[in-house]
Design a binder for this molecule. Sequence first.
Ligand code: C5P
Length: 232
Amino acid sequence: MSAAPYFWVVIPAAGVGSRMRADRPKQYLQLAGRSILEHTLDCFIGHPGLRGLVVSLAGDDPYWPSLRCASDPRIQRADGGVERADSVLGGLRTLNELGADTDDWVLVHDAARPNLMRSDLDKLLAELATDPVGGLLAVPVRDTLKRAGSDGRVRETIDRSVIWQAYTPQMFRFGALQNALAGALAAEVAITDEASAIEWAGQSPRLIEGRADNLKITRPEDLQWLEQRWKS
Ligand code: C5P
């Protein structure tokens, strides 16, 4: 019998985040005195269940070296790429160099989700550890959903009971994730998260209900909301 698989983490942080309309990529904007990326890393650094942590960065990233965590020996740097999937694949290449095995688990978490709670992370690790496929944190939608026509008018109301919002971390086996991402990229399939690559490869990721406040900072008001929330 082979040894128990390890758990590794990839944080893709090579995006630009243009919807923030800021002077720098959103993961480097300040939140409660530190960068968003540093808050995001907090939940993982020192977690006893995790074997290693990799951050995928743009080649010309001038911000990372000035962060205190850049010299933390528990964090490895990887090469980001044009698409998010390229950045995750860059992270997987570095994990491979660190000794990750094909059956090990890899958790991929957005750099711009700084409000992940340890309880949600531990729930994901515990619920999926024996799953044959893996899965993701997700949240059932709350609002009524409408499909729009090109004229800006409602075409139909969608049954929301089966619709979930895909969050991160997303957790899959190293080998399966690498094959799915590389295959989907080669086939020029649009993939916006790791689960969509796994789905493209013919498997069904499990949805693990997480907290709605594990939000991805996308617009300026998201940052203001979190800043207020942490103050109170
Ligand atoms: O732009 P979006 O919010 O969907 O990005 C999600 C995550 O993917 C962010 O952490 C971003 O930095 C990362 N990303 C990346 N490389 C890219 C594009 C996005 O690492 N080329």
